[in-house]
Structure formats: structure tokens, C-alpha cells
Design a protein around this ligand. Structure first.
Ligand code: HEC
Ligand code: HEC
Length: 238
């Protein structure tokens, strides 16, 4: 039994097993502060923290639509990114490099990786949790327009934190986030012959424009339904 416990601890699963609830966990606290801090990335252009795109509560709070899943129980999942990633640190590094402009991956030996791991373990109380689906819309197709009033709620829940108010960008997280929907005025020149709505759907579904550039996250089908996207487009007048 002792040996078993020792090997569990060696795997770093001690926190998962929930032992020693009252004992202080400075590494997890440090990890929590890193989770909420955009300065985790050394890029001066980055304004995103992990918390920009991930909540840590069991369910998404009302009025919030995130590209990324809640990370509650994340350390108890068998794989991540719809099965594409089989190591938790790789799953984190995908976000760190692609969205937070991290120049080099967080290495396993880096104390920050260790601290993030301890924090993610602390918010994973269950021994096992199911892997979550991540369905990428491969071929972009137009979607039926929905109700613009609902679309406004979708905009607030999904886009406003980063892009700020429509037409002005007021309150946006970063000046790099374009003003919506005005940015589409450039699309006749940039993407001649492609309907503006299709360019926006491409951006939202893939995070990048036809495979190039940007650090906006992609929205899977699970994160944002076509119905919500159609309402959003109606609200944006696209
Ligand atoms: C700009 C948005 C964004 C930021 C910032 C971000 N992520 Fe993500 N993350 C995503 C998206 C989108 C996914 C894919 C959907 C999913 O699996 O949650 C994802 C997936 C993940 C997953 C896999 C979850 C699963 O079960 O499939 C982990 C783990 C993760 N992120 C951790 C982090 C951590 C830790 C940070 C901070 C270092 C971070 N992310 C920063 C958007 C982001
Ligand atoms: C985590 C922050 C974040 C969220 C959330 C987000 N965006 Fe973005 N978006 C950006 C950033 C940063 C850029 C500029 C860099 C780039 O192109 O990726 C951008 C660019 C865009 C562009 C392309 C503008 C251009 O250059 O032509 C469109 C369109 C867009 N976002 C639409 C949306 C919509 C619609 C939503 C909500 C469903 C949304 N974004 C949610 C950060 C975000």
C-alpha cells in the first residue's frame, strides 16, 4: 500500500486523489495566478490569459459562450482537443503557442508548467471524467440567419470581451481585435468574390483566415451552434 501511494505521488496525482485537503498548496495557488495572468506569455502583443477562454466552474455561467471548454475536471479526462492531444501539457501548449503567442512551449521542467498542473489538478476533483468532443466545421457553408435580438446576446456572450462594442470597439481587450462589423468593409478588396458573411464564418469556425494568420480561437460546433452563429450574423447585418 505504501509503495502504491508513493508511486501515485510520483506521478503527481496526489492532488487528484484529494489527500491532505487542509494542507497548503502553494504550487496550485501560483498556478491559479498564472492561469489568470496574460503575462504568462512573454509576448508584448498578448492580452489573453487562460481565463479569457476557459472557465473553471462545472458549467458555463449564463451569458458566457467560450471557444474553450470549462477546465473543471480537465486533469481527469483521458485525452484533450477531441482526442488530438494525449498529454495535458501538449493540450495547454497548443493554446499557449497559438493563442497567447508564446514563443517557445512551456517545458515539463518549467516551474510554471508544474504550478499550472497543480492548479488544473485542484480543479479536477473526480478520479475520471469523460473526454469532450471537439467537432471542427471543415467546409465552410452559409448558415440560415436567425433572430437579431438573440444575435446581440450571442455577441455579448461570445465576442464582446475581446472585440468590445460593435461599431466602436469600445472596451475591447486588445486593439488587435478588429471592430465588428466594420472590418468587413475591407473584404471586397482582400477576398474578392467571397461573400462577407462567409469570411466571418471562416474566421469564427477556424480562428484563422483560410489557414493563415491570427490568434483568435476557433469555435467548434459544441462551442457555438450554427443557429447561434446565424443569429449573430443577423445582428451584425451580414
Ligand atoms: C484564446 C482562447 C484560449 C486561450 C487564451 C487558452 N485556450 Fe485552452 N483552448 C481553447 C480552445 C478553443 C480549445 C479547444 C476546445 C476545448 O477542448 O476546450 C482549448 C483547449 C484547451 C484544453 C483541452 C481541453 C479538452 O478537454 O479538450 C486545455 C487543457 C486548455 N485549453 C488549457 C489552457 C490553458 C492552461 C491556457 C492558458 C495557458 C489556455 N488553455 C489558454 C482556447 C483557449
Ligand atoms: C479571445 C478573444 C477573441 C474572441 C472571443 C473573439 N475574437 Fe475575433 N478576433 C480576435 C483577435 C485578436 C483578432 C485579430 C487577430 C486575428 O485575426 O486573429 C480577431 C479577428 C476577428 C475577425 C477578423 C477581422 C479581420 O482582420 O478581418 C473577425 C471577423 C472576428 N474576429 C469575429 C469574431 C466573432 C464574430 C467573435 C464571436 C463569435 C469573435 N471574433 C470572438 C480575438 C477574439
Amino acid at each position: 500500500m505504501k509503495r502504491l501511494l508513493a508511486s501515485v505521488a510520483a506521478l503527481g496525482l496526489g492532488a487528484l486523489a484529494g489527500c491532505g485537503d487542509s494542507e497548503p498548496r502553494p504550487a496550485a495557488d501560483y498556478g491559479e495566478s498564472l492561469f489568470q495572468d496574460a503575462r504568462l506569455s512573454e509576448s508584448t502583443f498578448n492580452r489573453f490569459s487562460c481565463a479569457t477562454c476557459h472557465v473553471t466552474t462545472p458549467a458555463l455561467p449564463a451569458g458566457r459562450i467560450d471557444a474553450g471548454y470549462s477546465l473543471y475536471n480537465v486533469a481527469a479526462r483521458p485525452n484533450w482537443w477531441g482526442g488530438y492531444e494525449t498529454h495535458l501539457l501538449d493540450a495547454v501548449n497548443f493554446c499557449y503557442v497559438n493563442f497567447m503567442r508564446g514563443v517557445t512551449k512551456l517545458e515539463a521542467e518549467d516551474p510554471r508548467s508544474r504550478a499550472l498542473y497543480e492548479y488544473l489538478s485542484r480543479i479536477s476533483p473526480d478520479a475520471q471524467a469523460p473526454a469532450l468532443p471537439f467537432t471542427v466545421v471543415k467546409d465552410i457553408e452559409d448558415v440560415p440567419r436567425g433572430d437579431a435580438a438573440h444575435g446581440e446576446a450571442v455577441y455579448r456572450a461570445a465576442c464582446q470581451d475581446c472585440h468590445g462594442a460593435t461599431h466602436t470597439g469600445a472596451g475591447r481587450l486588445t486593439e488587435l481585435a478588429s471592430v465588428l462589423p466594420e472590418v468587413t468593409q475591407d473584404y471586397d478588396r482582400l477576398f474578392p468574390g467571397i461573400p462577407h458573411a462567409q469570411v466571418v464564418i471562416e474566421k469564427v469556425r477556424h480562428g484563422q483566415f483560410f489557414g493563415v494568420g491570427g490568434n483568435m480561437p476557433p469555435y467548434s460546433r459544441e462551442a457555438l451552434s450554427d443557429a447561434d452563429l446565424g443569429a449573430l450574423l443577423a445582428y451584425l447585418g451580414l
